[in-house]
Design a protein around this ligand. Structure first.
Ligand code: PXL
Length: 263
């Protein structure tokens, strides 16, 4: 049984965060354990996201349970709310000599300003350099590289190289349908070849949880023995089916459905 440490936040609405991570890993036959870093609660009046970070000692206690009490084959990170907890994630990778899939979550969807700009600096300088695979979206890639918001495939290629230069061994920038509305485009770079991955776009669609699901599908597939590029290609298909099966939760949001992959 392959075991993964998920260090991420809870999405109360169930579509993203550790909920998405665990559902995805379950589909891949991987055993997930969670060190919760923060809780996100949505205001039912307007769906504004409120973030409630968890006390650092509580995060450390969870990490001890998982790492000293059980042991893992891989770490996957998601939303980490403070510089201190980002540093804790990086120290954990070093102390336990872990490989890590780092999803450098900076904000929930639809936000184009970092809620905490110092977290972008901490991810850039402290955590992303230790990633085996990192999975920024266009906004996160621009924050990590200090480039303006990425708009083209060429921008994505340039950003992928810059993020690789930070130290991340494999970089996949999630363009989704934001670069070309007719194609779902991601760019992969492992230091050798820049690979543009194109997929079909589903319209209209609900995508809450797609980013977390993508990163977790990469983590699950990688820990199951695929190469980084194979894991990314697998995850792209997995997310396609999860978006295809997505359902509306309320007037504000609809979440991807990992178990749509069973069909
Ligand atoms: O999709 C980014 C994300 C990650 N982690 C948590 C979230 C969200 C978005 O809502 O709530 C916990």
């Amino acid at each position: 049984m392959k075991k993964v440490l998920i260090m991420a936040g809870s999405d109360t609405s169930g579509g993203a965060g550790i909920q998405a991570d665990l559902k995805t890993m379950e589909e891949l036959g991987v055993y997930g354990m969670t060190a919760l870093t923060t809780m996100v609660a949505q205001n039912p009046e307007n769906w504004a996201h409120d973030v409630y970070p968890i006390e650092i000692d509580t995060v450390k206690a969870q990490l001890r349970t998982i790492l000293d009490g059980v042991g893992v084959d891989l770490m996957k990170t998601g939303m980490i709310p403070t510089t201190e907890s980002i540093q804790l994630a990086a120290d954990t990778i070093d102390k336990y000599n872990l490989e890590a899939v780092v999803d450098p979550v900076l904000a929930c969807k639809g936000v184009d300003e970092p809620v905490h700009p110092e977290n972008a600096v901490a991810l850039r300088e402290i955590l992303v350099p230790k990633a085996t695979i990192t999975t920024p979206n266009l906004f996160e890639a621009s924050q990590l590289t200090e480039m303006p918001l990425l708009k083209t495939v060429d921008d994505m290629k340039e950003a992928a190289k810059k993020i690789h230069d930070l130290g991340a061994k494999n970089v996949v920038i999630k363009g989704g349908s934001d670069v070309d509305e007719n194609k779902a485009i991601d760019v992969f770079y492992d230091g050798n070849e820049l690979i543009v991955l194109e997929g079909e776009v589903i319209k209209p669609c609900y995508t809450h949880g797609a980013g977390c699901t993508f990163a977790s599908a990469i983590a699950g597939s990688y820990v199951n023995g695929k190469s980084p590029l194979e894991a990314v290609e697998f995850a792209k298909q997995f997310v396609y089916h999860a978006i295809n099966g997505a359902e509306k939760l309320n007037e504000y949001v609809g979440s991807v459905k990992q178990y749509a992959n069973r069909k």
